[in-house]
Design a protein around this ligand. Structure first.
Ligand code: NAP
Length: 282
């Protein structure tokens, strides 16, 4: 497992396990248990995924020591603002059954996220969180936050995969020392990605699966990845990517797949802002 050193010196595993769209507690706890057994040491959840309790249960029951697991959760839009964030952070900690968090992220750049950031800066300085960051902050919002914050975000988690490679966003992140973390690293399976001809050809050459090739491509570009699966064999497959290397030619063939935009969600649209704001978690 590779580690990335964040802008505050904290080391973060370059690969972790995501649990979006795993609302069933038993399924989620089993998946996180399988992931920890397979060697994952980063778990990515969110208040809005409604599964923090199950994630916490798997972590507490695991023989892996707590300080070897990098736990991320996220603050939902409904809980934005200084006071609300402090409360929501406490609720998340209680649901997870943990005393501290490794990474706390603002889930969406919506509602009073400056108030949220001030609260997160305080929690970070008080030692309750090892690193703080954001999600879905496109270049304009990320630059603005970096220019006005006391603590520069350590991480920006954005959609990133072969169809949407985030080249411009990555430049802004690099400028401010913000680590990119890919959500939807497997494009959530969209556009029949697991049967894509170019990826299949590369996979055949290396005797690996298409999923493994995609994840390896992210690793070689320096991106943190958190692939999700509820299937044990896929969970194991997705972390078995450290015994081969993509050539410059392989990397270039994947670079050529970039569409330059999302086909999952358009964060610049009013429709997305309305839809995301309408999702209530309590
Ligand atoms: P993803 O990891 O790109 O794709 C997950 C999908 O791929 C699932 O349908 C899974 O199916 C399938 N899959 C996984 N491994 C596979 C394999 N080896 N072969 C074939 N199919 C495979 O999408 P994601 O879950 O949306 O993103 C990953 C994580 O990012 C999330 O779980 C969450 O933690 C985070 N996220 C964050 C945001 C944000 O706004 N910050 C948004 C979305 C996601 P099965 O489960 O059936 O195996």
């Amino acid at each position: 497992m590779n580690f990335i050193t964040l802008n505050n010196g904290v080391k973060m595993p370059q690969e972790g396990f995501g649990v979006f769209q795993v609302p069933d507690a038993d399924v989620c706890e089993q998946a996180v248990t399988d992931a920890l057994n397979a060697g994952y040491r980063l778990i990515d959840t969110a208040a809005a995924y409604m599964n923090e309790e199950a994630v916490g249960a798997a972590i507490r029951k695991s023989p892996v020591p707590r300080d070897e697991i990098f736990v991320t959760t996220k603050l939902w839009i409904q809980d934005a603002g200084y006071e609300n964030t402090k409360k929501a952070f406490q609720v998340s900690l209680e649901k997870l059954g943990l005393d501290t968090l490794d990474l706390y992220l603002i889930h969406q750049p919506m509602n009073d996220y400056y108030g949220s950031w001030r609260a997160m800066e305080e929690l970070y300085k008080a030692g309750k969180i090892r690193a703080i960051g954001v999600c879905n902050f496109y270049p304009d919002r990320l630059a603005d936050l970096c220019l006005n914050a006391e603590v520069i975000p350590a991480v920006n988690q954005v959609e990133c995969h072969p169809f949407f490679q985030q080249k411009t966003a990555m430049e802004t992140m690099k400028e401010y020392g913000v680590q990119i973390e890919a959500w939807g690293p497997l494009a959530e399976g969209q556009k029949d990605i697991f049967h894509n001809a170019a990826l299949t050809a590369i996979a055949k050459k290396h005797n690996k699966s298409v999923a493994q090739v995609i994840l390896r491509w992210h690793i070689q570009r320096g991106v943190v990845i958190i692939p999700k699966s509820v299937h044990k064999e896929r969970i194991e497959e997705n972390i078995d990517i450290y015994d081969f290397e993509l050539s410059a030619e392989d990397m270039a063939a994947i670079t050529a797949m970039d569409l330059g935009h999302s086909e999952i969600i358009d964060h610049y649209s009013a429709a997305a802002a309305k839809w995301l704001n309408s999702f209530k978690i309590h």
